[in-house]
Design a protein around this ligand. Structure first.
Ligand SMILES: Cc1ncc(COP(=O)(O)O)c(C=O)c1O
Length: 382
Protein backbone atom coordinates (compact mmCIF):
# COMPACT_ATOMS: atom_id res chain seq x y z
CA UNK A 1 0.00 0.00 0.00
CA UNK A 2 1.30 3.48 -0.89
CA UNK A 3 2.12 5.39 2.29
CA UNK A 4 2.46 9.17 2.00
CA UNK A 5 5.39 10.71 3.90
CA UNK A 6 3.98 11.54 7.33
CA UNK A 7 4.80 15.13 8.29
CA UNK A 8 2.05 15.73 10.85
CA UNK A 9 3.59 14.49 14.11
CA UNK A 10 1.98 17.25 16.21
CA UNK A 11 -1.45 15.83 15.27
CA UNK A 12 -0.66 12.24 16.23
CA UNK A 13 2.21 9.78 16.01
CA UNK A 14 2.58 6.14 14.96
CA UNK A 15 2.77 3.76 17.91
CA UNK A 16 6.38 3.09 18.84
CA UNK A 17 7.30 -0.61 18.28
CA UNK A 18 8.42 -0.92 21.94
CA UNK A 19 5.03 0.48 23.02
CA UNK A 20 3.16 -2.03 20.88
CA UNK A 21 5.20 -4.88 22.43
CA UNK A 22 4.42 -3.64 25.93
CA UNK A 23 0.69 -3.35 25.15
CA UNK A 24 0.09 -6.65 23.34
CA UNK A 25 -0.14 -8.94 26.41
CA UNK A 26 -2.84 -6.62 27.84
CA UNK A 27 -4.95 -7.08 24.72
CA UNK A 28 -4.51 -10.82 24.97
CA UNK A 29 -4.02 -13.29 27.87
CA UNK A 30 -3.26 -10.62 30.48
CA UNK A 31 -6.74 -9.15 30.59
CA UNK A 32 -8.46 -8.21 33.82
CA UNK A 33 -10.12 -5.52 35.87
CA UNK A 34 -7.49 -3.82 38.03
CA UNK A 35 -9.99 -3.61 40.90
CA UNK A 36 -10.49 -7.40 41.04
CA UNK A 37 -8.90 -9.21 43.97
CA UNK A 38 -7.77 -12.28 42.01
CA UNK A 39 -4.50 -12.86 40.19
CA UNK A 40 -5.73 -11.28 36.92
CA UNK A 41 -6.77 -8.11 38.73
CA UNK A 42 -3.60 -7.93 40.80
CA UNK A 43 -1.45 -8.20 37.68
CA UNK A 44 -3.43 -5.45 35.96
CA UNK A 45 -3.06 -3.24 39.06
CA UNK A 46 0.70 -3.87 39.15
CA UNK A 47 0.98 -2.95 35.44
CA UNK A 48 -0.89 0.31 36.03
CA UNK A 49 1.34 1.12 39.00
CA UNK A 50 4.45 0.48 36.89
CA UNK A 51 3.10 2.75 34.13
CA UNK A 52 2.29 5.43 36.69
CA UNK A 53 5.91 5.34 37.85
CA UNK A 54 7.13 5.63 34.23
CA UNK A 55 4.89 8.64 33.50
CA UNK A 56 5.91 10.32 36.76
CA UNK A 57 9.62 9.73 36.06
CA UNK A 58 9.30 11.28 32.59
CA UNK A 59 8.21 14.62 34.08
CA UNK A 60 9.93 14.50 37.50
CA UNK A 61 6.69 14.07 39.44
CA UNK A 62 5.69 11.64 42.17
CA UNK A 63 3.61 8.64 41.01
CA UNK A 64 0.79 9.67 43.38
CA UNK A 65 0.53 12.94 41.41
CA UNK A 66 -0.45 11.12 38.19
CA UNK A 67 -4.18 10.90 37.36
CA UNK A 68 -4.76 8.81 34.24
CA UNK A 69 -7.39 10.15 31.84
CA UNK A 70 -8.59 9.39 28.32
CA UNK A 71 -6.16 11.98 26.91
CA UNK A 72 -5.08 15.58 26.94
CA UNK A 73 -8.55 17.02 26.39
CA UNK A 74 -9.98 15.27 29.42
CA UNK A 75 -6.99 16.22 31.59
CA UNK A 76 -7.37 19.90 30.66
CA UNK A 77 -11.11 19.76 31.40
CA UNK A 78 -10.45 17.95 34.68
CA UNK A 79 -8.13 20.67 35.89
CA UNK A 80 -10.27 23.66 34.90
CA UNK A 81 -13.71 22.32 35.76
CA UNK A 82 -12.51 20.17 38.64
CA UNK A 83 -10.65 22.98 40.41
CA UNK A 84 -13.38 25.55 39.67
CA UNK A 85 -16.01 23.27 41.23
CA UNK A 86 -14.18 23.45 44.56
CA UNK A 87 -13.91 27.27 44.63
CA UNK A 88 -16.06 30.35 44.79
CA UNK A 89 -16.55 31.69 41.21
CA UNK A 90 -13.76 34.10 40.34
CA UNK A 91 -11.48 34.92 37.40
CA UNK A 92 -10.15 32.19 35.12
CA UNK A 93 -7.34 33.34 32.81
CA UNK A 94 -6.08 31.29 29.88
CA UNK A 95 -3.77 32.37 27.08
CA UNK A 96 -5.35 33.40 23.77
CA UNK A 97 -3.44 30.63 21.96
CA UNK A 98 -4.60 27.66 24.04
CA UNK A 99 -5.93 24.51 22.43
CA UNK A 100 -9.76 24.48 22.27
CA UNK A 101 -9.80 21.86 25.05
CA UNK A 102 -8.56 24.60 27.42
CA UNK A 103 -10.41 27.60 25.96
CA UNK A 104 -13.79 25.88 25.79
CA UNK A 105 -13.94 24.57 29.38
CA UNK A 106 -12.72 27.99 30.57
CA UNK A 107 -15.55 29.60 28.58
CA UNK A 108 -18.06 27.13 29.99
CA UNK A 109 -17.16 28.24 33.52
CA UNK A 110 -18.93 31.52 32.71
CA UNK A 111 -22.21 29.65 33.12
CA UNK A 112 -21.22 29.03 36.73
CA UNK A 113 -20.54 32.70 37.38
CA UNK A 114 -16.85 32.79 36.52
CA UNK A 115 -15.27 35.63 34.54
CA UNK A 116 -13.04 34.36 31.74
CA UNK A 117 -10.11 36.33 30.40
CA UNK A 118 -7.80 35.49 27.51
CA UNK A 119 -4.22 36.65 28.00
CA UNK A 120 -2.83 38.28 24.86
CA UNK A 121 0.32 37.17 23.07
CA UNK A 122 2.85 39.27 21.15
CA UNK A 123 3.72 39.00 17.44
CA UNK A 124 5.96 36.00 18.17
CA UNK A 125 3.20 34.16 20.02
CA UNK A 126 4.76 34.67 23.48
CA UNK A 127 2.66 35.88 26.44
CA UNK A 128 2.40 39.67 26.27
CA UNK A 129 4.15 41.04 29.36
CA UNK A 130 1.77 43.99 29.89
CA UNK A 131 -1.39 41.95 29.50
CA UNK A 132 0.03 39.29 31.82
CA UNK A 133 0.77 41.93 34.43
CA UNK A 134 -2.73 43.38 34.27
CA UNK A 135 -4.25 39.88 34.31
CA UNK A 136 -2.44 39.12 37.57
CA UNK A 137 -3.53 42.47 39.00
CA UNK A 138 -7.13 41.29 38.46
CA UNK A 139 -6.34 38.38 40.85
CA UNK A 140 -7.26 35.23 38.91
CA UNK A 141 -8.04 32.06 40.88
CA UNK A 142 -7.18 29.76 37.96
CA UNK A 143 -4.60 30.25 35.22
CA UNK A 144 -3.69 28.01 32.29
CA UNK A 145 -0.86 28.71 29.82
CA UNK A 146 0.46 26.05 27.46
CA UNK A 147 4.12 25.05 27.52
CA UNK A 148 4.42 24.55 23.74
CA UNK A 149 1.94 25.66 21.11
CA UNK A 150 0.68 22.94 18.77
CA UNK A 151 0.72 25.19 15.67
CA UNK A 152 3.75 27.45 16.02
CA UNK A 153 5.76 25.31 18.44
CA UNK A 154 6.45 28.48 20.47
CA UNK A 155 7.47 27.86 24.10
CA UNK A 156 6.37 29.97 27.05
CA UNK A 157 8.53 30.70 30.09
CA UNK A 158 6.20 28.71 32.34
CA UNK A 159 8.63 28.69 35.30
CA UNK A 160 8.51 32.49 35.55
CA UNK A 161 4.76 32.68 34.88
CA UNK A 162 4.09 30.05 37.56
CA UNK A 163 6.08 31.92 40.20
CA UNK A 164 4.18 35.14 39.49
CA UNK A 165 0.73 33.53 39.27
CA UNK A 166 1.21 31.59 42.51
CA UNK A 167 2.49 34.69 44.30
CA UNK A 168 -0.93 36.24 43.59
CA UNK A 169 -2.70 33.20 45.03
CA UNK A 170 -3.73 31.51 41.74
CA UNK A 171 -3.48 27.86 40.81
CA UNK A 172 -1.54 27.56 37.55
CA UNK A 173 -1.80 24.73 35.06
CA UNK A 174 0.18 24.10 31.89
CA UNK A 175 -0.78 22.00 28.87
CA UNK A 176 2.47 20.15 28.11
CA UNK A 177 0.94 17.82 25.49
CA UNK A 178 3.15 19.11 22.66
CA UNK A 179 6.26 19.52 24.80
CA UNK A 180 6.74 16.02 26.19
CA UNK A 181 9.39 14.08 24.28
CA UNK A 182 10.50 17.19 22.38
CA UNK A 183 11.92 19.30 25.23
CA UNK A 184 12.58 18.62 28.93
CA UNK A 185 9.33 18.76 30.91
CA UNK A 186 10.01 18.95 34.66
CA UNK A 187 6.92 19.30 36.83
CA UNK A 188 8.95 20.36 39.88
CA UNK A 189 11.19 22.83 38.07
CA UNK A 190 8.25 24.43 36.24
CA UNK A 191 6.57 24.97 39.60
CA UNK A 192 3.04 24.62 38.23
CA UNK A 193 0.18 23.12 40.25
CA UNK A 194 -0.91 20.88 37.39
CA UNK A 195 0.28 19.73 33.98
CA UNK A 196 -1.37 17.84 31.11
CA UNK A 197 0.09 15.01 29.00
CA UNK A 198 -1.23 12.90 26.11
CA UNK A 199 0.06 9.48 24.98
CA UNK A 200 -0.66 9.65 21.25
CA UNK A 201 1.62 12.64 20.69
CA UNK A 202 4.67 10.67 21.90
CA UNK A 203 4.40 7.27 20.21
CA UNK A 204 1.77 5.93 22.62
CA UNK A 205 -1.81 4.86 21.88
CA UNK A 206 -4.77 7.14 21.28
CA UNK A 207 -7.10 7.53 24.24
CA UNK A 208 -4.64 7.80 27.13
CA UNK A 209 -3.26 10.81 28.94
CA UNK A 210 -2.74 12.21 32.40
CA UNK A 211 -3.19 15.19 34.63
CA UNK A 212 -0.16 15.57 36.85
CA UNK A 213 -1.45 17.44 39.86
CA UNK A 214 -0.13 18.71 43.14
CA UNK A 215 -2.17 16.91 45.82
CA UNK A 216 -2.89 20.18 47.61
CA UNK A 217 -5.13 21.22 44.69
CA UNK A 218 -8.65 20.08 45.47
CA UNK A 219 -10.44 18.77 42.40
CA UNK A 220 -13.97 17.50 41.81
CA UNK A 221 -14.07 14.56 39.38
CA UNK A 222 -15.65 14.91 35.93
CA UNK A 223 -16.58 11.22 36.03
CA UNK A 224 -17.93 9.90 39.32
CA UNK A 225 -18.39 6.23 40.06
CA UNK A 226 -16.18 3.46 41.44
CA UNK A 227 -13.54 5.86 42.74
CA UNK A 228 -10.56 4.87 40.56
CA UNK A 229 -7.62 7.31 40.27
CA UNK A 230 -7.95 8.59 43.83
CA UNK A 231 -11.63 9.21 43.19
CA UNK A 232 -10.76 11.76 40.49
CA UNK A 233 -11.51 9.63 37.44
CA UNK A 234 -13.86 6.72 37.90
CA UNK A 235 -14.14 3.93 35.35
CA UNK A 236 -12.38 0.61 34.85
CA UNK A 237 -8.86 1.47 33.79
CA UNK A 238 -7.81 0.94 30.15
CA UNK A 239 -4.83 -1.21 31.15
CA UNK A 240 -3.38 -1.70 27.66
CA UNK A 241 -3.49 2.03 26.87
CA UNK A 242 -2.05 2.99 30.25
CA UNK A 243 0.78 0.45 29.89
CA UNK A 244 1.44 1.82 26.40
CA UNK A 245 1.48 5.38 27.71
CA UNK A 246 4.06 4.42 30.36
CA UNK A 247 6.28 2.70 27.79
CA UNK A 248 5.92 5.65 25.40
CA UNK A 249 7.02 8.10 28.10
CA UNK A 250 10.12 6.05 28.80
CA UNK A 251 11.01 5.68 25.10
CA UNK A 252 10.31 9.32 24.23
CA UNK A 253 12.43 10.71 27.05
CA UNK A 254 15.26 8.23 26.33
CA UNK A 255 15.56 9.25 22.69
CA UNK A 256 14.92 12.98 23.19
CA UNK A 257 18.39 14.46 23.48
CA UNK A 258 19.56 12.70 20.28
CA UNK A 259 16.38 13.56 18.39
CA UNK A 260 16.28 17.24 19.37
CA UNK A 261 19.39 18.16 17.34
CA UNK A 262 18.50 15.96 14.40
CA UNK A 263 14.96 17.36 14.15
CA UNK A 264 16.09 20.97 14.61
CA UNK A 265 18.59 20.51 11.75
CA UNK A 266 15.86 19.09 9.49
CA UNK A 267 13.50 21.89 10.51
CA UNK A 268 16.15 24.55 9.83
CA UNK A 269 16.89 23.08 6.40
CA UNK A 270 13.17 23.18 5.57
CA UNK A 271 12.84 26.75 6.89
CA UNK A 272 15.71 27.77 4.58
CA UNK A 273 14.00 26.20 1.54
CA UNK A 274 10.73 27.91 2.47
CA UNK A 275 12.31 31.34 2.85
CA UNK A 276 14.12 30.96 -0.47
CA UNK A 277 10.77 30.06 -2.09
CA UNK A 278 9.17 33.24 -0.72
CA UNK A 279 7.15 31.78 2.17
CA UNK A 280 6.25 33.69 5.32
CA UNK A 281 7.42 31.82 8.42
CA UNK A 282 4.96 32.18 11.29
CA UNK A 283 7.08 30.46 13.91
CA UNK A 284 10.41 32.13 14.32
CA UNK A 285 10.55 32.78 18.09
CA UNK A 286 13.94 31.75 19.49
CA UNK A 287 12.34 29.41 22.04
CA UNK A 288 10.33 26.87 20.06
CA UNK A 289 9.94 23.15 19.52
CA UNK A 290 12.64 21.59 17.35
CA UNK A 291 10.18 19.81 15.05
CA UNK A 292 7.60 22.38 13.94
CA UNK A 293 7.49 24.57 10.81
CA UNK A 294 4.49 26.87 10.33
CA UNK A 295 4.36 28.91 7.14
CA UNK A 296 2.26 30.24 4.29
CA UNK A 297 2.56 31.59 0.74
CA UNK A 298 0.87 34.87 -0.07
CA UNK A 299 -2.42 34.36 -1.90
CA UNK A 300 -2.32 30.53 -1.62
CA UNK A 301 -4.98 28.98 0.55
CA UNK A 302 -3.47 26.61 3.15
CA UNK A 303 -6.24 24.02 2.72
CA UNK A 304 -5.68 23.93 -1.05
CA UNK A 305 -1.93 23.55 -0.63
CA UNK A 306 -2.33 20.75 1.93
CA UNK A 307 -4.76 18.93 -0.41
CA UNK A 308 -2.29 19.13 -3.32
CA UNK A 309 0.60 18.02 -1.07
CA UNK A 310 -1.50 15.06 0.08
CA UNK A 311 -2.08 13.98 -3.52
CA UNK A 312 1.66 14.36 -4.13
CA UNK A 313 2.38 11.97 -1.21
CA UNK A 314 2.99 14.28 1.77
CA UNK A 315 0.71 14.40 4.83
CA UNK A 316 0.82 17.74 6.63
CA UNK A 317 -1.72 20.10 8.21
CA UNK A 318 -3.32 23.44 7.47
CA UNK A 319 -3.72 25.68 10.51
CA UNK A 320 -4.32 23.40 13.45
CA UNK A 321 -5.10 19.76 12.63
CA UNK A 322 -6.62 19.42 16.09
CA UNK A 323 -9.48 21.64 14.98
CA UNK A 324 -9.44 21.17 11.22
CA UNK A 325 -13.23 20.62 11.29
CA UNK A 326 -13.30 24.34 11.92
CA UNK A 327 -12.83 26.39 8.71
CA UNK A 328 -11.95 29.58 10.62
CA UNK A 329 -8.34 30.76 10.29
CA UNK A 330 -5.98 29.72 13.08
CA UNK A 331 -6.89 31.49 16.34
CA UNK A 332 -3.21 31.33 17.30
CA UNK A 333 -2.19 33.38 14.27
CA UNK A 334 -5.05 35.84 14.76
CA UNK A 335 -3.95 36.29 18.38
CA UNK A 336 -0.43 37.03 17.11
CA UNK A 337 -1.89 39.86 15.03
CA UNK A 338 -1.66 38.05 11.66
CA UNK A 339 -4.33 39.30 9.21
CA UNK A 340 -7.14 36.74 8.57
CA UNK A 341 -6.25 36.45 4.85
CA UNK A 342 -2.63 35.68 5.68
CA UNK A 343 -3.67 33.27 8.44
CA UNK A 344 -5.73 31.35 5.85
CA UNK A 345 -2.51 30.52 3.99
CA UNK A 346 -1.04 28.64 6.97
CA UNK A 347 0.44 25.17 6.59
CA UNK A 348 2.05 23.21 9.40
CA UNK A 349 4.76 20.61 8.93
CA UNK A 350 5.75 18.70 12.06
CA UNK A 351 8.57 16.18 12.10
CA UNK A 352 9.14 13.12 14.25
CA UNK A 353 11.25 10.09 14.97
CA UNK A 354 10.76 8.42 11.55
CA UNK A 355 11.22 11.61 9.49
CA UNK A 356 14.25 11.37 7.19
CA UNK A 357 16.36 14.02 5.45
CA UNK A 358 15.22 12.49 2.13
CA UNK A 359 11.56 13.06 3.00
CA UNK A 360 12.23 16.68 3.93
CA UNK A 361 14.19 17.32 0.71
CA UNK A 362 11.50 15.69 -1.42
CA UNK A 363 8.80 17.63 0.42
CA UNK A 364 10.63 20.91 -0.30
CA UNK A 365 10.85 20.03 -4.01
CA UNK A 366 7.17 19.08 -4.26
CA UNK A 367 6.10 22.19 -2.38
CA UNK A 368 8.00 24.54 -4.68
CA UNK A 369 6.56 22.79 -7.75
CA UNK A 370 2.98 22.98 -6.42
CA UNK A 371 3.30 26.60 -5.30
CA UNK A 372 4.59 27.53 -8.78
CA UNK A 373 1.65 25.73 -10.40
CA UNK A 374 -0.86 27.49 -8.16
CA UNK A 375 0.75 30.88 -8.78
CA UNK A 376 0.67 30.28 -12.55
CA UNK A 377 -3.01 29.31 -12.37
CA UNK A 378 -3.77 32.43 -10.33
CA UNK A 379 -1.86 34.61 -12.84
CA UNK A 380 -3.80 33.09 -15.77
CA UNK A 381 -7.10 33.69 -14.00
CA UNK A 382 -6.21 37.32 -13.22
C1 LIG B 1 -1.67 21.42 22.87
C2 LIG B 1 -2.67 20.32 22.87
N1 LIG B 1 -3.42 20.11 23.96
C3 LIG B 1 -4.33 19.13 24.01
C4 LIG B 1 -4.54 18.31 22.93
C5 LIG B 1 -5.59 17.26 23.04
O1 LIG B 1 -5.03 16.02 23.42
P1 LIG B 1 -5.86 14.67 23.14
O2 LIG B 1 -5.88 14.46 21.67
O3 LIG B 1 -5.08 13.61 23.88
O4 LIG B 1 -7.20 14.86 23.73
C6 LIG B 1 -3.79 18.51 21.76
C7 LIG B 1 -3.98 17.72 20.53
O5 LIG B 1 -4.97 17.39 20.03
C8 LIG B 1 -2.83 19.53 21.73
O6 LIG B 1 -2.09 19.77 20.66
Amino acid sequence: MFAPAYLDWNASTPVDPAVREAMLPWLDASFGNASSRHEYGRRARAAIDAARAQVAAAVNAHPTEVIFTSGGSEANNLFLKGAAAMMKPGLVAVSAIEHPCVREPARQLRRLGWVMREVAVDVHGCIDADDWKSTLEARPSLVSVMLANNETGVLQDIGALATQAKAGGAYIHTDAVQALGKIVVDFRALGVNALTLSAHKIGGPLGAGALIVDKRVELAPLVAGGGQERGLRSGTENVAAIVGFGAACEAAVARMSKEQRRLADLRDSLDAVLVAAGATLFSTAPARLPNTCFFGFDGIDGETLVGKLDRAGFACASGSACSSANPEPSHTLLAMGVAPDTARTAVRVSLGRDTTAKQVTEFGGALIRIVDELKNLAAMAA
